[in-house]
Design a binder for this molecule. Structure first.
Ligand code: UN1
Length: 504
């Protein structure tokens, strides 16, 4: 039975138990998790607060050594950690390995930042006076993450937060608790003192209540949240009441524009990977392919053939995608399938519902009766009047729309009001740069798919995708530190700013 880790000790298991199951064989339990309450969340914040002064005083290059140790542990345990990801959230093994690699890459980037946590020396407007800036940790960072990237995305918060001298309370998704446990075991072995990383297994309402109280008592300096737009806006409201700016990484309805001069087979390959990789359950998954009317018919024909040839099945094997993550995701996807309307043309699947033994697919090797497997669906003819066009779907479904002018394509691409990732397939640099300038998206790809960002570029979105905060890369230091300025007057007299400035 997994229970929360607070101040270096496991709390006793309580009466509320969550069963995390294997989505390929839902009858199989992967972990039993004792769910904590709001009080436990508060205790974790207090433990993190108590540990923060000492951790802040560890010199940043030494904190960088803990990050380096974590990177080595992740490298050494790559396959084992990937297997837990495969088993608990149904991600194909190759993708799971890629996810674990993202943690190692994040560590590789940040371990050096411990030696580069630069401040500045700044000239003063007066003689015999020197100005400086310093970066200080924000304090306790509360991290709340989803389970579609159960270890990589948490590492994007946890690694830089620790490097910057903060302590962390992490609330992983309960349906990915075994992944969280495996990753936090590696963090523990990296040499973190007790209380520096606390892990709270809890449901959403308890976490929200605990966070509300912890913010009210001034215990939390930063909230990092990756999850739905709906929950993110509630967290944003809560943080706003306490004058906090959270880091919010929310949903996406990521468009791919395919121009008349594009390399169509390349675009189709990109659509297949970003539309159906991870069963469409990435925040960066492709939402709608917006294809020039002259290429539309051929694009749909090629995509239909590619999707029909793809293998869906046991994530331990060589498949395009496996099952959906958990019953909750499957329920959500069933609702999404209800958005398909009479004006739409379906491609790429033998049915829109759950794959059952009655309609097996070629290459399907999962346990059809028990696993949360779904057909890949391509829905042609979607537009701004459709729920399917306007909202995130988080499952193996993509829409196709067509356009006449680039202006029209960009308008369609911006219409849903998200703003995470967007891609354009074109051989014309003028179109690519016009698209980059006018698309509302934190991340733009040219001749590459919407998903698969590298771990050292700013990651994040605008609009319904987030509050403009960015993760990853050097930019993230501004999330987890606050600037302090200092002025030091060694003139021996009171020099008043603006008033005593020497004139030339
Ligand atoms: C997410 O789905 O929350 O760019 C993150 C990508 C991955 C990360 C996705 N590197 O698709």
């Amino acid at each position: 039975m997994l229970s929360s880790l607070i101040g270096g000790a496991r709390i006793p298991a309580g009466p509320r138990v969550y069963r995390s199951t294997d989505p390929s064989r839902t009858s199989e339990t992967v972990a039993e998790v004792s769910l904590a309450g709001a009080d436990d969340f508060m205790c974790a914040c207090r433990a993190a607060r108590a540990a923060q002064d000492a951790w802040r005083d560890v010199p940043p290059p030494v904190r960088g050594q803990a990050v380096a140790a974590l990177g080595r542990l992740v490298e050494a345990n790559k396959a084992a950690l990937a297997r837990v990801v495969v088993r608990e959230v149904g991600k194909p093994y190759a993708e799971a390995l890629g996810e674990v690699q993202e943690i190692a890459d994040t560590c590789a980037f940040f371990l050096g930042e411990g030696r580069r946590l630069y401040g500045q020396t700044v000239p003063s407007e007066m003689p015999d006076k020197q100005l400086f800036t310093f970066r200080d940790p924000v304090g306790v960072v509360a991290v709340v993450t989803a389970g579609n990237f159960p270890v990589a995305v948490p590492s994007w918060y946890i690694v830089p937060a620790l490097l910057c001298g903060n302590t962390v309370v992490w609330k992983p998704a309960e349906y990915a608790a075994a992944c969280a446990e495996a990753f936090s075991a590696l963090l523990a072995h990296a040499g973190l003192p007790d209380g520096v990383l606390n892990v709270v297994y809890a449901g959403g309402p308890e976490t929200f209540a605990g966070l509300e109280r912890a913010l009210g008592e001034g215990l939390v300096g930063k909230v990092g949240f990756t999850g739905s737009t709906e929950v993110g806006s509630r967290i944003g409201e809560l943080c706003g009441r306490h004058l906090q700016t959270p880091c919010l990484e929310l949903g996406g309805k990521n468009p791919m524009v395919v121009t008349e001069d594009a390399d169509l087979p390349l675009a189709v390959e990109g659509a297949l990977f970003s539309g159906f990789g991870t069963a469409g359950q990435r925040c960066t998954s492709l939402g709608t392919a917006i294809v020039h009317e002259s290429a539309h018919g051929e694009f749909v024909r090629l995509l239909d053939a590619a999707v029909r040839a793809a293998t869906v099945g046991d994530p331990a094997g060589d498949v395009l995608y496996g099952p959906l993550i958990s019953e909750r995701f499957a329920d959500g996807f069933e609702k999404t399938l209800g958005w398909i309307g009479p004006g739409h043309t379906l491609h790429g699947s033998t049915g829109t519902g759950r794959i059952t033994a009655a309609n097996p697919r070629a290459g399907f090797t999962g346990d059809a009766a028990a696993g949360l497997y779904y057909h890949p669906v391509v829905v042609d003819g979607v537009g701004p009047g459709d729920e399917l066009f306007m909202n995130e779907t988080f499952g193996p479904i993509i829409g196709v729309a067509s356009y006449r002018t680039l202006d029209e394509a960009i308008e369609l691409a911006n219409a849903p009001g998200y703003g995470l990732s967007a891609s354009i397939y074109t051989t014309d640099p003028a179109k690519a740069f016009a698209f980059r300038r006018r698309i509302s998206a934190g991340m733009v790809s040219v001749n590459n798919s919407t998903s698969g960002a590298e771990a050292h570029l700013p990651f994040g979105g605008n609009g319904r995708s987030g509050n403009g905060s960015r993760q990853s890369g050097a930019w993230v230091l501004d999330q987890f530190t606050r600037w302090q300025s200092m002025n030091w007057d060694y003139s021996g007299r009171l020099q008043k700013a603006q008033m005593d400035v020497p004139q030339i």
